[in-house]
Design a protein. Sequence first.
Length: 759
Amino acid sequence: MPPHPSGTPPEEGNRQPTSVNRQQIFPTFTPMKTKVFLITPPFTQLNTPYPATAYIKGFLNTINVEAFQADLGIEVILKLFSKDGLTNLFQSINHQPTTDNGQRIYALHDEYIKTIDAVIAFLQGKNPTLALQICQEDFLPEASRFAQLDEMDWAFGTMGTQDKAKHLATLYLEDLSDFIVECIDENFGFSRYAERLGRSANSFDELYEALNAKPTYIDNILISLLQEKIESIKPTLLLISIPFPGNLYAAFRSAQWVKKHFPKIKIAMGGGFPNTELRSLSDARVFEFLDYITLDDGELPVELLINNEQININSEYKRTFLLENEQVVYKNNSARSDYKQSEVGTPDYSDLLLDKYISVIEIVNPMHKMWSDGRWNKLTMAHGCYWGKCTFCDISLDYIKIYEPIAARLIVDRIEELVAQTGETGFHFVDEAAPPALMREVALEIIRRKIVVTWWTNIRFEKSFSKDLCLLLKASGCIAVSGGLEVASDRLLALIDKGVTVEQVAAVTRNFTEAGIMVHAYLMYGYPTQTIQETIDSLEMVRQLFEVGVLQSGFWHQFAMTAHSPVGMYPENFGVVKESDVIGTFANNDINYTDATGIDHDQFSFGLKKSLYNFMHGICFDYPLQDWFDFKIPKTKIQPDFIYNALHQGEDFKVKPTAKIIWLGGKPTIETFTKSKKGNSWEMMSLTFHDKKETFAIQTNRGEGEWLVGALEKTSIANTKIVTFQELKSDFETHFQDFELFWFSKPLTTLREFGWLVL
């Protein structure tokens, strides 16, 4: 099950029904009925399910395989954070708390038990009036997490009552989490569990030792839920999705329990972690817990596992690890091609507790708030990345390398199906980078169907995102985009092969911002050969982008070298040296390295993040950059008005002949009148339009006005036939002259500002 589940099918004419093939080989064979159970082990997100199991269940529907799914992460959280759960927890502590904070929480345990059900219901959206009590700040018991409130009171001015209450309730839960870590289970975390056991685990030893130790308190909650479901569903095949290192331990603990108590159930693992980390797996002990590990797109590998189970013969596999003669072997002997995106089906979220997820606000960051607050249906516009060149990215892996867009019509069909199934109209497109042309077509299809959705996605800041395209995306329900600015240095952007410049990023972020779409930038420091000067200059670029108001959110990440990226595969080209060429027997992705510059990039982490936090809240732009660091830094070489000047370059008045012309507005009210001047008179036309926000009018001479009314009708978004700029120009010039003069006149400039778009 892939991190962005997708696949590519064989041609219909080449694919024979499996049952026919079986009957040809085994005339008297009656295939057993397969029942699949898909799980996401703890923990991923609290507000929405990770989509991998929904993608695979949607695919299994297309091949008539009975499947059930569960997000055990949210179910463990709900069982733990309940009145009964906390009562049991406080009675089961391994040792008395030793810290002042732990002792305070334990002393207040009755208050936590009393309030927990009401708080969880509020975070599930079922008890909104509780926000008023929470915000009075004498309702929730408070421990160390609330100490930060003194520094954040000023930020709450921009947050409504509901948001402030969610944030306070989140701090309350984090206090409880701190208590659990201190007294119950040191590996606990809301969005990850025992993550250190999965991160860069070149050897299986530590994880194996943990799995052979006594199950923890959290493990026992997980196992009790898993037992209930296994006994109820009675699956023949268990599929476990492991998207992140923080799911790995719980995945193996779940598999261990099933293998011990239900040995006939076959167990397979897949997902983002195996896809990136386990491609060179060789430790046979892994298969004491499971039967298969599949890589990359999960649809065909899973189907073949089901086929093998039904005929009880291990015949064909696709990208699958298994154990043979006590040795780990990798089998990819199927001649069948992966499924195409048009054939993998619509994700199916049934069985998941969609009304039980909880919205939290951990920090006052606009994009992180959107990520964790509210439930989003996850969809994909395209398999892989249409750019596929960034040197820090795992572009050698198929889930990024193989680019296959989905037809806009099919994407919107799936949107409508998911709205009907889930009752939710929010969508997060989980693309590596959504293609601008496909985003345009999806937006047009959404608007034409008159459906109301809210959506956001990840992009590249490329010049295709014109002002008009951003206005179209906004009209279709797009509220935010996130994109990789990475290192705000043109030299390093070229080395990364990002295909953008800082000036271009500034223009694109302005286009989104002016359209009313929030922009989040992923920022990177510590890229190979990055100098201290470039780090400081990048910070200055980011400061200016926030100061002029074209960025609203951001996050700094430190560069990590991975095995499947160009930097990891060809380090000599990037001025870095691997610390070791030894390949581990378990996980192999993150690579330790030394940079030729010898710079300690860790030292910049605190200053970069602290400055960004303030910039996001619109303050401290006048602080010298030196103030963010407690060590000497060089002065920036970036001019203080670099971004401002980049945004005020002359407008390009060239329009491509093939550009699409779309009118988003409605029909105007028309009035004709006569205008006279110096004894001459001529007929004029006034066109009055009613925008959702306001009413505006333009005037032109009658002949051009009548043509304009017809042109608006022809280019209306309701029409499926698209009119190009050249076609519009040619039509105009059969009646009049100087189309460009008319197109750039004041009346038409006004009209274009209100939705006559050039795409």
